[in-house]
Structures are given as C-alpha cells and as structure tokens.
Design a protein around this ligand. Structure first.
Ligand code: NAD
Length: 492
C-alpha cells in the first residue's frame, strides 16, 4: 500500500467511524503544501464514546496474563516490522520527511514494542521484610485503568510507541489522540496492532486501543476532562502542558507531561572540532529542528568561536533542503508553524539579533508551496531576550560565545527548560563536572543533544515536564499503580 487514505477515521470499539458531526479536517503534505487527505474532526461526544469503549474492554485486558499481553505486543511488533515500508511511506508523506529517516523511526517504534513485550514477563514489584512477625510485605503492579494519550506530530511512529506499548503491557486500555497533522501514521499502526496474531491466535481485543482524531482543544481536552480516564500522558508544548496540568490537577488525575526544550550544546576549546560541527548541524537542523531535544543554543568557547562559526556556517550552507535521499533538512509541519517562526526571527532581528545565515522561508522553485524554513543561525541573543528561552521547534539555532566552562554551564542552565544538554570536550574532568552541574533530564558527552533510546527513561526538569519519565522501565510507573500487599500467616 503506497497511497494516502482519502479519509482517516476514528477507531472506537474496533470499528472505524466518522466523527459524530461528520466534520473533517484537511491534512497537508508539508513538502508540497498540498492537501493529501482528510481526518475526522472529533469533539466531546466522540471522545466520550471512545472512553466508554475503553472502559468496557479494560477489565478483560487487565485479566489477560502479562505474559500473554507481552506475546500480543511481540506479534504487534512483528506486524509493524512486516509493514514497515508502508508505514514509513505514510510517516514521510504527512510529516514531510525522507523515507529512509521515516523508516529509521519505524524501526525505533518496533524496538520500543519489543522492549515492552519483554516486560510482560517481568512487571516487577518488590518483596521486602515486614516489621511484624509472620507477615510478608510486597508490591504488585495494577493497571491504572483507561489511559488518555495525546501526542505531537514530529516523530509520529515513536510518539505512538513510547506511550501505547507501555500503557498496553501494564493492562490499560487506551484512548489516543494523535496530532491532527499526522493522523494516518497512528491509524495505520492501530490497524496493524489489531491485525497481529500470536502463534496461539491471541489478538488485541476490540476496544482496548481507541483513536479519536481532531484539534487539541476539541478532541484532546475532553480526554483530560472526562472522569473516565485514569491516567493522562501528553507529549507537546509547555504551553499546552500547563493547561492540561491545571485541568488534571484540579481532578487529582495521574499525569505524565513530556514537554519542550531550549537545549544547550557546549563546545569547549579542546573539542574534536569536526565531531562538534557535525553534532551541531544534526542537533540543530535534523528533522527540520522539530525535536524536543534539538540544540537551539550553541555555546562556544571564545578561543575557537570564529573558527567554529566559519565551519558551522559552511556546513549549514552545504545542507540541501527537501525530502530526497541527498537532502538533510525537510519542511516544518505546518504553514502556521513556519509563519510563527519567521515572525519570531524577524522580531529578534528587530531587537538586535544578527542573522548569520537563513532567517526566512525558503522560496526556491523546487520547494515552492512547501513549508520550508531556511536553516538559520543567529547571534547576539542572550538571556532576558525572547528567543533565548522561547522554543521555536524549527531549524533555528542561536550561537553565543562563552569565556570559560563555568560561564558555559551557567548560561546553559539559564533557561526555563531543562530537557537535554551536551558538552564537547576531551577532558574527562570537565565532562563529569558538566554532568554534575547541568540541570537537565538528559546529559550527553561528545554527541548530539538528541538520540534517546527506547529502553532508557527520557524526560526533563523545570518546564520540560512534570517529573515523569517515559519510556524505559520507568514508563511502567506512569501506567501502573503500585499496590502494597501484606500477607499475614498463622504460625504452625
Ligand atoms: P502542541 O502542544 O500544540 O500539540 C501537541 C498535541 O496536543 C497535539 O495532538 C494537539 O492536537 C494536542 N493539543 C493541543 N492543544 C490541546 C489542548 N488544549 N488540550 C489537549 N490537547 C491539546 O505541540 P506541537 O506543536 O504539536 O508539538 C511540538 C511540541 O512538542 C514542542 O514543544 C516539543 O518540544 C514537544 N515535544 C516533546 C517531546 C518530549 O518527549 N519531551 C517529544 C516531542 C515533542
């Protein structure tokens, strides 16, 4: 299958449906700017039905042994793997990516599914001593119930996998709202999930995984507000995360927030310069800068600042834009995002920022109509200025010279975000001091600011999240409740 669906439906109780209102939203190909399909525009009543379906299916799924749930997840992983080319095609088209990059993301999603499938054979609790005689104390993991999941568009397949697979293995049923920009990837992954069969013909029961599509305030917010969701997990911007946090907090609902970043890449004067430039380019511009872990503040030792800038700008000029195999930077997800970014860069220039390269929409004939931002490097933006701490979620990087290691770390920490950071140095002492001093959820030595792995806990401090970590085994804590069990025995 290499066609984009004309219409991407909701999936409720195992059946594909239009939104109750019949309304639809256009889906665009960010590379061409053309409409490629339509998706259901759901509202509260669609969400309520999806939650009711999830509630009805959850007890049966929870009572399916964890090991069997794991076997079903293995089958789902294999089904996705068998259809990886078709899935990558949809991802590439609706998210505006190279197909081989989309394929790599699909492989990461499969790895994530396999990791959580294996957890079905563990789902460890803890056995410990008791303060009383003849008493055993332990914890077991119980499902939360219905998981309401809301995800962003930037890497549609891993975003689906990071939440859906840990939620399923813990015995929850799901109502997922994918991004309105990338609905077909989630629709196809859910279709494959239901199609998968174990050797003993076990399948995912209808209603365990439900999809409602639509705009955030219309189809996402009701997922948070409905009493029927027991845990909410959200990946998106800090602004939306705060609104969701306020709502969920007022209901005392369990919540995981995976939010944005304004991540710093520090380059010391003893860095391997070639690696540092490569990592700066990939961290700032790969996936068109649409990574929560993108490097958007590059802090460079003043001793090497001129030579680094020369190499970094040269490497940036060598980047070909597009989605063909020799291209390094694709479009951003929507025209709206492109316009906001151009306006933010223009506003920064108006208050003294120096645009070293890029700065506006790319209007070369081959990319006409696409949502392309030129890879942009700015200097003369510092703490206290808007762009220093505003996540643009596009191919825009600030460069800033620093006098020494202390100032670099101090400036790196001068942010309302705390998701990832990286340092480039050959000095192990400096590298480990950086790990101690940097206030982020992820610290990298001599690499990019991005590149998290599915078996590792990802997440940030400050405005980058609310303290939860997904995926890794830590995601099991998001999607299960630890229950204490005390067993009192009568001594013989
Ligand atoms: P966004 O917050 O606008 O939207 C994310 C999702 O939330 C979408 O599905 C959207 O429809 C929905 N939504 C929007 N408003 C809502 C509301 N009021 N109630 C409920 N749902 C709502 O973010 P975006 O622009 O789509 O994504 C980019 C952001 O996501 C960036 O800030 C990026 O850093 C962040 N992100 C974080 C991670 C992470 O793991 N920390 C990963 C990827 C992206």
């Amino acid at each position: 299958m290499r066609t984009y669906p004309d219409f991407v439906p909701n999936l409720i109780g195992g059946a594909y449906e239009t939104a109750a209102s019949g309304e639809q939203i256009e889906v665009f190909n960010p590379h061409s700017g053309e409409v490629i399909g339509r998706v259901a525009r759901s509202r509260r009543e669609d969400v309520s039905r999806a939650i009711a379906s999830a509630r009805a299916a959850q007890p049966g799924w929870a009572s399916t042994p964890g090991v069997v749930r794991g076997e079903i997840l293995h089958a789902i992983a294999s089904e996705i793997e068998a259809h990886r080319e078709e899935l990558a095609y949809l991802v590439a088209l609706e998210a505006g990516k190279r197909e081989d990059d989309a394929l790599a993301e699909v492989r990461a999603a499969v790895q994530c599914a396999r990791f959580f499938a294996g957890e079905g054979q563990r789902l460890f609790g803890r056995t410990t001593t008791s303060g009383k005689p003849n008493r055993f104390a332990m914890t077991v993991r119980q499902p939360c119930g219905v998981a309401g999941l809301i995800i962003a568009a930037n890497t549609p397949a891993p975003n689906f996998a990071w939440k859906v697979f840990p939620a399923l293995i813990c015995g929850n049923s799901i109502v997922l709202k994918p991004s309105e920009h990338t609905p077909a990837s989630a629709w196809y992954m859910a279709k494959l999930a239901y199609q998968a069969k174990t050797a003993l013909k076990d399948v995912l029961p209808p209603g365990v995984l439900n999809l409602v599509h639509g705009h955030g305030p219309e189809a996402g917010q009701p997922i948070v507000e409905d009493e029927g969701t027991d845990v909410v997990s959200f990946t998106g911007s800090a602004a939306t995360g705060k609104a969701i946090g306020a709502l969920a907090g007022s209901m005392l609902k369990k919540l995981s927030l995976e939010l944005g970043g304004k991540n710093a890449l520090i380059i010391c004067d003893d860095a391997d310069m070639r690696n540092a430039v490569d990592c700066a380019v990939s961290s700032a511009f790969s996936n068109a800068g649409q990574r929560c872990a993108a490097a958007s503040r590059i802090l460079v030792s003043e001793k090497i600042y001129p030579s680094f800038i020369e190499d970094f700008v040269q490497a940036t000029h060598n980047i070909k834009l597009g989605v063909e195999i020799d291209c390094k930077v694709g479009p951003v997800i929507s025209n709206n995002q492109l316009q906001n970014m151009c306006a933010a860069v223009a506003a920064a220039a108006g208050t003294g920022a120096n645009i070293i390269t890029g700065g506006s929409r790319d209007i070369s004939p081959a990319l006409k109509g696409g949502f392309y931002m030129q890879p942009t490097i700015l200097e003369d933006v510092g703490p206290g200025q808007d762009l220093w701490d505003t996540e643009l979620f596009g191919p825009v990087a600030l460069v800033h010279s620093v006098s020494d290691f202390q100032q670099a770390v101090e400036l790196a920490n001068r942010s309302r975000y705390g998701l990832t950071a990286s340092i480039h140095t050959q000095d192990i002492n400096k590298a480990l001091a950086f790990v101690q001093m940097i206030h982020t959820g992820v610290a990298v030595i001599n690499g990019g600011t991005h590149g998290s792995e599915p078996h590792m806990p990802f997440g940030g401090v400050k405005n980058s999240g609310n303290g939860s970590r997904e995926p890794g085994t830590e995601a099991l804590d998001v999607y299960s409740e630890l229950q204490d069990v005390y067993i009192n025995v009568t001594p013989p």
